[in-house]
Design a protein around this ligand. Sequence first.
Ligand SMILES: Cc1cc2nc3c(=O)[nH]c(=O)nc-3n(C[C@H](O)[C@H](O)[C@H](O)COP(=O)(O)OP(=O)(O)OC[C@H]3O[C@@H](n4cnc5c(N)ncnc54)[C@H](O)[C@@H]3O)c2cc1C
Ligand code: FES
Length: 253
Amino acid sequence: MKEVLATVLENKRIAENIQSLTFSTGEVIPVRAGQFLNISTGNGVHLLRRPIAVCKAEGENITICFQLKGEGTHQLALVPAGAKLSVLLPLGNGFFVKESEQKVALVAGGVGIFPIISVIWEYAPKGKQIHSYIGFRNRSAICCLDELEKSTALTVTTDDGSYGLHMNAVQAFVADMDRGNVPDVVLSCGPTPMLRALQAAMQQRDIPCYVSLEERMGCGIGACLVCVCNQTNGTHARVCKDGPVFNAKDVQL
Ligand SMILES: Cc1cc2nc3c(=O)[nH]c(=O)nc-3n(C[C@H](O)[C@H](O)[C@H](O)COP(=O)(O)OP(=O)(O)OC[C@H]3O[C@@H](n4cnc5c(N)ncnc54)[C@H](O)[C@@H]3O)c2cc1C
Ligand code: FES
């Protein structure tokens, strides 16, 4: 993990309420799919950095995509090219696909699509068969289709049916699995109700399933215990340090 003073290269709106920000770290810092970073918002008033998944890492350049939510992300969306931001990275464990796992299902919704794009980015060039099931609220929330289309197969759903299939990403994935399209491993990120539905659907099946959790965070490096989640064995885990990726069987959602 390193703290760098990154230079903003581009900061632009890519969908309703969604911003894409690319910065240069000035050096190549290896980042695994599913890892995240902690980024300052460009305003000294916000002392805590914000945790955001790494979407793409290309040489010295890193792209993150984020929803405009509260004060911090609205502030971050205003930072101009050329400005400097303090960034702590890489954080967390990330997603890991084993050699033996050839067919990978990605199930994501909402801002959960951004860490999932990093999986496509890392594993598609390694020859993995990637089947992505991606849920958006509606047509105006759709973004990053060019990145998602680098999957071997892509299914897009919307909650209101305004684009793609009129269902959610978990329903599309389970329907495909029931038709015989069974993956070797499932990787997922999205709102807790979505992860809960996936966890329930995978309970009776002997397929490894990993979920990336999103908790409110303070330090992002395992020191403050703001981000603990409950594990099924009765213990607690820190989402920032022990996760954010967990075996779906190990966490209470
Ligand atoms: C590991 C991880 C990866 C994430 N990746 C992404 C991503 O790729 N794209 C994206 O849009 N969002 C992502 N989030 C959520 C993002 O961190 C919050 O939306 C953001 O911190 C909100 O900050 P704010 O100042 O705009 O909102 P406010 O609500 O004003 O934030 C107040 C405080 O609460 C914290 N906070 C609020 N919501 C969250 C949240 N959901 N998770 C963690 N802390 C929160 C903030 O960090 C801040 O300290 C991720 C969260 C985690 C934990
Ligand atoms: S955010 Fe401080 S321990 Fe996880």
